[in-house]
Design a protein around this ligand. Structure first.
Ligand code: NAD
Ligand code: MG
Length: 392
């Protein structure tokens, strides 16, 4: 039986993780569940999974949840704030941590789990984009194992040989990340100006949280995933390729020097990569729709780099090893996507102002988590001021 903490239990990845636990109650014990503000769902989850701890962001929400749980004699203790997130991610009793908070908000708790040598089921790509070098270094030191949950990286992990789950120049020619292209792949650029949040979130293949859905539509998600692959597998940037594959059936592949391509295929359902990571190195039954090879043809095409300039941007950042720029890119994107979802800026302004932030802000490489947070905070301030000016 594995003891697990789920950071971001009420989100799309968190809920899928709990469904696997629900189907396999003898294999996992839930130590803690965390959420930002959806305490109604967190309350239900506490009753069903009986965690030792539930963590929310604010004191107000914590006392409301604690009262509700006390009324039904629940034994779950309610905590709040970042220090509580760190506590439940790094507690001695915990074997594995599902890192499924969205964005940089998950940085400190995920890092704490890495430092304590936990098995990290990593969904939160923004933390690796911002602090990849620091995370990988800390994991080597503590012995923490980072298992990718992001479907592409999980696919690559599955396609790498068991003896070395990393890039090896003697045998591997390329890591090929597939990209669906999102809902606007075939829409002319001049029709994107008035895209609404709901249109941007209507992904053709995946049901996900709103932030990652917008990222998928701008191709920022794939840009972040290039950086994610770079750190997870130690692969040189020129060995990473992005290939458009609108059906999201081939989740990614590895090209070997002997001419073989090994790919992982499946229905677009996050339960497959989540279940794989939860049971690694074994495989276990997961309830997902069976893939029907005859349902639709699979197609592939190269990426239009002029249209999706953000992909070229991250290749440049990685070629220059300008890792501070990755923090700026991520922080600017988080603020701008939030502003777009709140209808404060227009769709095309997301990428436009990310480019502007990258031009305006230059920082030295961050060597510690605090330095990452400082660059992130300065970027946020710059972008918030920028949006303020636009909105006026
Ligand atoms: P989501 O928005 O559905 O859920 C986010 C979770 O994080 C929620 O539980 C929320 O309460 C919590 N959270 C948000 N802000 C917080 C804060 N400031 N402090 C503490 N907790 C906070 O997101 P999601 O789609 O589940 O994605 C989670 C992560 O997994 C993201 O980094 C995303 O890129 C990655 N991911 C998701 C999918 C997917 O299918 N949804 C696929 C691949 C990778
Ligand atoms: Mg992905």
């Amino acid at each position: 039986m594995k003891v697990i903490t789920i950071l971001g239990a009420t989100g799309s990845v968190g809920v899928n993780t709990l469904e696997i636990i629900r189907d396999n109650p003898n294999d996992f014990e839930v130590y803690a569940l965390t959420a930002r503000c959806n305490i109604e769902l967190l309350y239900q989850q506490c009753l069903q999974f009986k965690p030792n701890y539930a963590v929310v962001v604010s004191e107000d929400l914590a006392s409301k949840l604690a009262n509700d749980l006390a009324e039904v004699n629940s034994q779950t203790m309610v905590l709040y704030g970042e220090s509580a997130l760190i506590e439940v991610a790094s507690a001695k009793a915990v074997d594995m941590v599902m890192a499924a908070i969205v964005g940089i908000a998950g940085l400190k708790s995920t890092y704490a789990a890495i430092e304590k040598g936990k098995t990290i089921l990593l969904a939160n790509k923004e933390t690796l984009v911002s602090a990849g070098e620091i995370f990988i270094h800390a994991a080597k030191k503590s012995g923490a194992v980072i298992l990718p949950v992001d479907s592409e990286h999980n696919a690559i992990f599955q396609c790498l040989p068991e003896y070395a789950k990393a890039y090896d120049e003697q045998t591997i020619a390329k890591i090929i990340l597939t990209a669906s292209g999102g809902p606007f792949l075939d829409k002319p650029l001049n029709e994107l100006k008035n895209i609404t949040p709901d249109e941007a979130c209507a992904h053709p293949n995946w049901r996900m949280g709103r932030k990652i859905s917008v990222d998928s539509s701008t191709m920022m998600n794939k840009a972040l995933e290039v950086i994610e692959a770079y750190w997870l597998f130690g692969v040189p940037v020129e060995r990473i390729e992005v290939l458009i594959h609108p059906q999201s059936i081939v989740h990614s592949m590895v090209e070997y020097h002997d001419g073989s391509f090994i790919a992982q295929l499946g229905s677009p359902d996050m339960k497959t990569p989540i279940g794989y990571a939860m049971y690694y190195p074994k495989r276990h039954k997961v309830n997902v729709p069976k893939l029907d090879f005859t349902a639709k043809p699979l197609s592939f095409s190269t990426l239009d780099l002029e249209r999706f300039a953000v992909i070229s941007l991250v290749y440049q950042i990685l070629k220059e090893k300008n890792y501070a720029a990755a923090i700026v890119l991520n922080a600017a994107n988080e603020v701008l996507v939030e502003a777009f979802l709140a209808e404060k800026i227009q769709y095309l302004q997301i990428i436009k102002y990310i480019e502007q932030a990258l031009k305006a802000l230059q920082f030295d490489k961050a060597r510690t988590i605090d330095e990452v947070i400082a660059i992130d905070a300065k970027t946020r301030k710059y972008v918030v001021d920028l949006i303020g000016t636009i909105c006026k």
